[in-house]
Design a protein around this ligand. Structure first.
Ligand SMILES: [Zn+2]
Length: 137
């Protein structure tokens, strides 16, 4: 099994070889993999291209604006629906925790995005994914 360090160096050389599909320049290794953290400052599209975080956020925001269903995240305080990088997509207007069968609890949210559209979602809770569906009210 490869060590983490070997894996991220490999990822970084692939990144520098391919570059960012969004056209932004690839920063230094320490900026892409900040030491002492477990984060990496890049995203990958489903098709495999590398994209920098700000451009990935823009892509997510555009995809969200065009979507009728969207998988996002419920922020740690439960007040916002965000992209996986933490950009706000919608503001939570109500939250309801219900017992769901034998496998625990589900959090139901109603949220309003910047365009005033209403979304209904459900997921395991704060800091976790939330499945959204655009609704009427
Ligand atoms: Zn970019």
């Amino acid at each position: 099994m490869k060590t983490n360090m070997a894996t991220i160096h490999e990822a970084y050389s692939e990144l520098t070889a391919r570059g960012f599909a969004c056209g932004c320049s690839v920063p230094a290794f320490e900026e892409v993999f900040p030491p002492g953290t477990c984060t990496s400052r890049y995203a990958r599209r489903a098709t495999g291209e590398f994209v920098c975080i700000p451009c990935a956020e823009e892509e997510e925001v555009r995809a969200f604006a065009a979507a009728g269903r969207y998988d996002a995240y419920l922020s740690g305080d439960g007040r916002e629906v965000t992209t996986w990088t933490g950009r706000t997509l919608a503001r939570v207007t109500s939250r309801d925790v219900r017992t769901a069968g034998f496998c625990g609890r589900q959090t139901y949210v109603r949220a309003i995005d910047a365009a005033g559209r209403v979304w209904h979602g459900r997921g395991p809770g704060e800091g976790m994914y939330v499945r959204l569906r655009r609704g009427r009210g």
